[in-house]
Ligand binder design. Structure first.
Ligand code: ADP
Ligand code: MN
Length: 495
């Protein structure tokens, strides 16, 4: 049978205009895609992709997949050629530098480190083979050294072959062309910067879509999750924030994961556009858990650390029994967790739900309890706790959005806690819970500290003094004060 299939109806004669119609072509294309990638297209049609780039998006992905396929073949061919040339020889040459190792290709969580960091210099000269060790050949006045202009020039010409394949060197290699060192070095410099320039252009294009929805790399990551059977379908976007986009997905039944995948999942994609993250530096930079790693990282890695942080924090909370999403998997800057809600409808935020006064009171005590657990058992301060990051589901409050959570010993940890307390107090006091502690009482109740200041300004000042004391202690003794130990004892500041 013909691999293209047999035309079903031959009776309808179609005009040239039809054949040339872009509209028709598009429809056919779409049909084909629908058949080939049902899940992905379904996802792509949702709010997953916004507005104008609806029909180009899946093309883009297909193109990328084809490119991946092409690159793989290209690399395979390179490998074959390498093998052919080297044979059994003990000394082998490598085409490594020409390989198109594709960033999407590796499943490892290793970063695609900026390539100029990792790539060896492709223009590094081969060991001279024409000049013997002693540095000269010939006898008497016929002696030629390695500095001989002709030999050197020829060698330089041959070295042009080391330039990247797309760099046009003309047919100089085949001729008896002698390049002076000066000319060669200028050429080499040019070839190098050309390659960097094209790589940069490519980079720019790759990231330009990140503003709209998710960038191609993320799309591919998501696609892979569907393709591997971990997720069944990605149905659409639940939330687009400044720093993240959250999708809903139905869990798959992939056999490879030892975990059971929840029937409904939330996928939090940390945005790879960098500017929004600048103001979050202070959360992570001073978090000692990330201290050693922060300084050496590029911005993309830092974004991954946010995702990683959220994962670790959720896991701690899970272990303490605090109602929160359960981590399914973390891939680069994409965190998959269980969905709080049902049938694609996310649980409402506390700010959006009208609770009875009884439920309101219940919610308050639950939160008080959770804040204490978070502090004492998880050794964490939420640091963005408010009615926006608490969901009401199954008759109780669930905590979400913990990527910015820090340990209490964080240099600003207590300030963050105080802010959390203020949000919670105000919300419940306004909500009519008479029993709700004020922010200062709540702070003491959660932290176990006993700050007696009776006004906000003094209270704040005492908090900052405590933080400073702790910092100084860390500076001088290299360890934290026992105040913050999570052993449950009432904390005391000792020197
Ligand atoms: P952001 O940093 O953008 O505020 P959040 O983690 O708060 O990120 O998520 C944004 C929104 O997405 C939340 O307000 C909530 O409505 C929804 N959401 C996030 N995670 C989940 C989840 N696991 N289940 C259901 N809804 C979620
Ligand atoms: Mn949030």
């Amino acid at each position: 049978q013909c691999p293209w299939g047999t035309p079903s109806t031959t009776s309808i004669s179609c005009s040239l205009a039809d054949v040339m119609s872009e509209q028709l072509a598009k429809e056919l294309q779409l049909e084909e895609e629908n058949a080939a990638f049902p899940e992905v297209v379904a996802a792509a049609e949702g709010p997953f992709i916004t507005g104008e780039n609806i029909d180009t998006s899946s093309d883009l992905m297909l193109a990328q997949m084809l490119q991946m396929e092409f690159d793989r073949e290209y690399d395979a061919q390179l490998r074959r050629e390498e093998k052919k040339i080297n044979g059994d020889s003990k000394v082998s040459i490598s085409f490594e530098n020409y390989r198109k190792v594709h960033p999407y290709d590796s499943d490892s969580s290793e970063d695609e480190v900026d390539w100029q960091d990792t790539r060896h210099d492709p223009y590094r000269a081969d060991k001279p083979t024409t000049t013997p060790r002693r540095g000269f050949i010939g006898k008497g006045k016929d002696i030629t050294t390695k500095h001989d202009e002709v030999v050197c020039g020829r060698k330089n010409t041959a070295r042009m072959e080391n330039f990247a394949p797309e760099f046009q060197v003309g047919d100089g290699i085949g001729m008896d062309l002698k390049l002076s060192n000066q000319v060669f070095n200028a050429l080499k410099q040019h070839a190098y910067s050309e390659e960097r320039r094209s790589a940069r252009l490519h980079e720019k294009k790759e990231h330009s879509t990140a503003e709209k929805a998710v960038d191609p790399k993320t799309r591919l990551l998501l696609y892979k999750m569907v393709n591997s059977g971990m997720l069944e379908t990605i149905t659409g976007c639940i939330s687009t924030g400044k720093e993240s986009v959250v999708f809903h997905a139905y869990g798959g039944n992939s056999a490879t994961e030892d975990k059971v995948i929840p029937p409904e999942c939330a996928i939090k994609v940390f945005k790879t556009t960098l500017n929004e993250f600048k103001n979050r530096d202070k959360y992570i930079k001073d978090d000692y858990r990330f201290k050693d790693r922060f300084s050496k990282l590029n911005p993309r890695k830092i974004i991954r650390m946010w995702a990683e942080k959220e994962m670790h924090n959720l896991t701690r909370m899970q272990n303490a029994g605090i109602p929160c999403p359960e981590v399914v998997i973390l891939k680069k800057h994409v965190l998959v967790m269980s969905f709080i809600g049902q049938d694609q409808v996310p649980a409402p935020k506390l700010k959006d739900v009208a609770l009875s006064s009884e439920d309101m009171k219940k919610a308050y005590y639950q939160i008080l309890n959770m804040m204490q657990q978070l502090y004492k058992e998880c050794n964490l301060v939420h640091a963005d706790l408010s009615e926006y990051n608490m969901l009401w589901h199954d008759g109780k409050v669930w905590l979400i959005d913990v990527s910015q959570s820090v340990e209490p010993t964080h240099p600003h940890g207590l300030e963050f806690l105080f802010r959390d307390c203020r949000n919670v107090s105000q919300f419940f006091q306004k909500g009519g819970v008479a029993e709700a502690l004020n922010e200062r009482e709540l702070f003491n109740a959660v932290s176990g500290l006993n700050i007696t200041a009776d006004n906000e300004v003094d209270f704040q000042a005492e908090i900052e003094a405590l933080e400073k004391m702790n910092e100084d202690h860390v500076q001088n003794h290299g360890k934290k004060l026992s105040t913050f130990s999570s052993d449950g004892d009432p904390p005391i500041y000792d020197e």
